[in-house]
Design a protein around this ligand. Structure first.
Ligand code: BGC
Length: 800
């Protein structure tokens, strides 16, 4: 029976919830490894040194001619020496060079590995293809993950993964260091853009879609590729916002927010994880047995390879100072659960691990475990059968169809934050003259950010000329109009604001392409998110003309734009949309593309106050009446620190949500199911796509619960006037529970609020009395004592 909407929940009008804590976590002893016969045979024949060599990963600079990272040339003598003397089993990295150069390099390196290794074990090559095959020349550069998050469309994450391997697997790139499964919670963090945003479900859904496509695509057959989920875990919320610094994360929060994206990918077969270079609660993750063994292996059931991040064993000594020397650090890391060390410059790891075994501090069995996991990964991706790259499918690289997909992904990844009096679209028929200004107006690098062609991006002239800049894309989009770009500084750096104001007065509208230059990791650390002063002045000069201004925020994290937001007619958050970014932006400005992105994070309004949409009840409101009589001041009651909320985004059409109905008003026991349906209609005059986001609130929790959490989403295309009924099947254990610090699901008796679009409904969850408790198939087993008994417990063998 469908129930009508229930009244809005008023403070104080909510029935008290009672908590039924679940008592068993999903913990198990680590299952003994099930290595393939090949791996078992190899382990039986290998020397200790050979096994340690498998656990060692060196950077390209150790085997190329110049000793620098970007040089994809092979010094055969160096490579042969390292494989012969140290049995090195893995190499990494490089930068974008033409496919044929990669092919030559990989083939020669693999030949050396097979020849010099006594048991002919192939090396595995790891590479940072982060948004497309970004370290191969001429490939499709997709939007970064933060943009894919804005699309709320897992199909785009799959396409990005597919393009990545179609354009690199044949070149001997066996191990892709993606996806980033961290949560974009702290907007200062210089790797914010590498995440799918702040929501665990979005990160889990898109990250898993990426992982599955990368690891199971058969078009690259006979090859297979291993994904690497990174950076396990809690890397993305450093207290001071800087890269690789301490995060303070309570266990409960670690379980509820940071675990799900990794858990989902692991449950779908993720073959490797890379470890967080920072610290959690003061403990470096590389030295944390609690995280790398108890959580990752015991609770989460991960069976694959755990690789360190860059030089991180060494950093335990040099930077984090938790070990007096490299030997202690190496012991700590391996004891904690590291399988492979990205050393990445030295072989001292090989010597030290051998000494630790000889001294009895590490057992042979421990070494076998890690070497076995690495060999198993090599075996599972077919490296023993197909170790060599191939040259007969190079025409796949640079395929225009993949570029077209990158453009399509960029179209869905932009978010229209403001559109005052329908300033956009600027229909070509109405535009005679457009002024385009700002640091990103004629830039390809700024649209792509870090990890494009090279670690920190490359100088502007290194990007392909057939990738349009915004200026070029606008000229294409408005062939009849004069599209003018003016510099806003002269050669001495002096601002040219009067000429900008004057030109703005002559134009029909001004496009302000603002934002950031490429960066990643520590080189992107910032102490102020505020839009740089010169860009604020530029925007204000344009706005002073009185002409419509379209402000476009380009960059890896949201600049604080409060001072120029008010005066802007329209604002588009463009993030880092990649090679298709300019085309997508020009089409959105002209109206050819109807924007459909929604923010995958909370856009902060103030540099000094960052919050996330799933904050606790007391975190983002200022109710002055709490201070007593005389302090109430109507306007200040709710002072939001958000410029725009998670999940918001405008369109050129309008959607109406109606008729939210629930199949029942009460869910009894963890096996019960509830179906929610809602009608969504495109009430405007043009087609569009709408991401439908379903949020749940646990109204009263035993611990402070988020004001709402996204529990389900889907994106649908709507023709003008079309309406569709959409469904969300609510499963109590999955959707209503939250984990405690040990990962045990807590399912609370009480009221829940469901929200979708403008609609809201409430329902109750009631635990089963002891006598009638029935186990949910494969999910929960448990019993609950009668409702009057406050010590009620449910035993759950469930996964969270
Ligand atoms: C980054 C990783 C990357 C690795 C290899 C590290 O500095 O944190 O994300 O995969 O380098 O380049």
């Amino acid at each position: 029976m469908a129930l009508p909407l229930l009244a809005a929940c008023q403070r104080g009008a909510v029935p008290m919830a009672t908590t039924a804590p679940l008592t068993e976590a999903r913990t198990a002893e680590i299952a003994p490894p099930t290595f393939s016969p090949r791996v078992q045979q190899l382990l039986a024949q290998m020397t200790l040194e050979e096994k340690i060599g498998q656990m060692t990963q060196l950077n390209i600079s150790a085997i190329n001619h110049t000793g620098t990272n970007g040089d994809v040339s092979l010094d055969s003598a160096k490579a042969a020496g390292l494989v012969r003397d140290f049995h090195i089993g893995s190499f990494i990295n490089g930068e974008a060079v033409p496919a044929v150069q990669w092919l030559r390099y990989s083939a020669a390196l693999q030949r050396i590995a097979l020849r010099e290794s006594r048991l002919h074990i192939p090396m595995i090559y790891g590479i940072d293809h982060m948004h497309g095959a970004s370290y191969v020349g001429g490939t499709a550069i997709f939007p970064h993950n933060i943009n894919l998050g804005a699309s709320f469309n897992p199909a785009l994450a799959r396409q990005a993964a597919r393009a990545t391997i179609l354009e690199s697997a044949d070149l001997g790139h066996h191990w892709v260091f993606a996806p980033v499964l961290d949560l974009g919670l702290n907007t200062y963090w210089p790797r914010f853009y590498e995440t799918f945003g702040e929501d665990p479900l979005v990160a889990a859904t898109l990250g898993t879609a990426f992982t599955v496509e990368l690891q199971t695509n058969t078009e690259i057959s006979p090859y297979k590729v291993a994904a690497c989920g990174k950076h396990f875990l809690g890397y993305s919320d450093p207290r001071n916002g800087w890269d690789r610094t301490n995060a303070l994360i309570p266990d409960q929060r670690l379980q509820e927010f940071f675990r799900p994206s990794f858990q989902s990918a692991i449950d779908s077969g993720l073959k490797s994880i890379m470890i967080n270079s920072g610290e959690i609660n003061g403990e470096p993750v590389h030295a944390s047995k609690a995280i790398l063994t108890d959580l990752l292996r015991r609770q989460m059931g991960f069976k694959g390879v755990a690789v360190t991040d860059w030089e991180d064993i060494n950093r335990l000594v040099r930077v984090q100072k938790v070990a007096p020397n490299e030997k202690e650090a190496t012991w700590m890391a391996i004891d904690a659960g590291v399988d492979m060390a990205m050393t990445p410059y030295t072989t001292s790891f090989c010597r030290i691990v051998k000494e630790l075994v000889q001294e009895g501090r590490l057992t042979q069995a421990r070494i076998d475990l890690s070497a076995g996991r690495i060999l198993q990964m090599k075996d599972e991706i077919g490296l023993f059968e197909n170790p060599m790259p191939r040259a007969d499918r190079l025409s796949r690289i640079g395929d225009p169809a993949l570029r077209a997909q990158a453009v399509a992904a960029a179209r869905e990844s932009m978010v229209l934050l403001k559109n005052e009096r329908n300033a956009l679209p600027l229909a070509p028929a109405r535009v005679k003259r457009l002024l385009v200004v700002g640091p990103s107006a004629d830039s390809r690098a700024n649209l792509c950010g870090g990890w494009t062609l090279a670690w920190q991006g490359r100088p502007e002239d290194a990007y392909p000329k057939d990738v349009p800049t915004l200026l070029e894309a606008l000229r294409r989009e408005y062939p009849q109009a004069k599209i003018e770009m003016l510099p806003y500084r002269d050669a001495t750096g002096k601002m040219l604001l009067p000429s900008i104001s004057a030109a703005a007065k002559q134009a029909d509208a001004v496009v302000l392409a603002l934002g950031e230059r490429p960066y990643t990791e520590g080189l992107g650390n910032t102490s102020d998110l505020t839009l740089p002063v010169d860009q604020q002045q530029l925007a204000q000069a344009a706005q002073a003309s009185g002409k419509p201004t379209v402000l476009i925020v380009i960059g890896g994290r949201p600049n604080i734009i409060r001072s120029v937001a008010e005066g802007s007619s329209a604002i588009i958050w463009a993030g880092l949309p990649g090679y298709g970014g300019a085309t997508a932006l020009a089409e959105i400005i002209s109206g050819k593309t109807n924007p459909s992105g929604k923010l995958p994070f909370t856009y902060p309004q103030f540099a000094g106050h960052i919050t996330n949409y799933h904050h606790d009840n007391n975190e983002n409101s200022l109710d002055l009446s709490d201070f007593g009589a005389g302090y109430e001041s109507p306007g200040a009651k709710y002072k939001s620190s958000m410029l725009t909320e998670f999940g918001e985004g405008l369109s050129y059409t309008t959607y109406a949500y109606s008729g939210l109905a629930l199949s029942d008003s009460v869910l009894t026991g963890p096996a019960a199911k509830l179906r929610a349906t809602v009608r969504v209609a495109n009430t405007g005059s043009r087609a569009g796509q709408e991401a439908v986001l379903w949020f749940l609130t646990d109204e009263i929790g035993r611990i402070a619960r988020p004001v709402r959490m996204l529990k389900h989403f889907e994106k649908q295309a709507f023709a003008a006037g079309q309406s569709q009924q959409l469904t969300f099947d609510i499963d109590p254990l999955h959707d209503l529970s939250y984990p405690d610090g040990q990962g045990r699901p807590q399912l609370e008796t009480g009221w829940y609020t469901l929200r979708v679009g403008s609609q809201m409904a409430r329902f109750r969850y009631v635990a089963l009395p002891v006598a009638s408790a029935t186990p949910a198939a494969g999910k929960a087993t448990g019993a609950v004592r009668p409702a009057s008994d406050q010590s009620r417990t449910v035993t759950a063998a469930a996964s969270h």
